[in-house]
Design a protein around this ligand. Sequence first.
Ligand code: PRP
Ligand code: URA
Length: 209
Amino acid sequence: MGKVIECNHPLIQHKLAILRDIQTGAKDFRELVTEISMLMGYEVTSDLPLEEREITTPMGPAKVHMISGKKVGLVPILRAGLGMVDGFLSLIPAAKVGHIGLYRDPATFKPVSYYCKMPEDIQSRQIIVLDPMLATGGSAIDSVSELKKMGVTSIKVVNIIAAPEGIEALTEAHPDVDIYVASIDERLNDHKYILPGLGDAGDRLFGTK
Ligand code: PRP
Ligand code: URA
């Protein structure tokens, strides 16, 4: 069964408080999403396997530990997931990045797919799906399903804010996937927006409203 990991570090919670504030403009919003993503990335990568290697320091031979195993792939869900990429890349600069384009139909709230471009070796990578918001869970569920169809077997999902409804739906649809969140909020409103949430993440990142 997949785990739900809440990233409660005080720096994450402090930055998230500012992120939610209606007074926070697009420039600060983008910077905060990057910083929160980097801090969450520390937790998300904490179980990467290590292997022993032997190197030579100026003082002589030394046994050291370096990351081994599967290479990492980052998959932001467009648009808002793009805001989380730089924070993760600053920790894992060699990661390849695939993109999934989905928008939520405003009438049905169901995700509509419009773009997908993945690295060629996607199936052999540890995939980290990035999206600041997990509301109904539809976008994340479809993204994970697409990745599994491509042969991907190791997937984590990272959201800054999640609704309980989204967590329940995603864990039911994909019980093998671990979910990392900075906050599990109260609930969805009638328009399937997260309360208290932060509003529309894509619009706040890119200043489109
Ligand atoms: C938002 C958000 C998620 C999705 C979450 O994207 O970034 O992708 O909604 O909702 P769900 O869990 O109910 O599927 P949106 O559809 O607004 O597209 P955008 O990022 O292009 O603005
Ligand atoms: N998408 C967002 O950007 N915000 C929400 O609260 C729900 C879906």
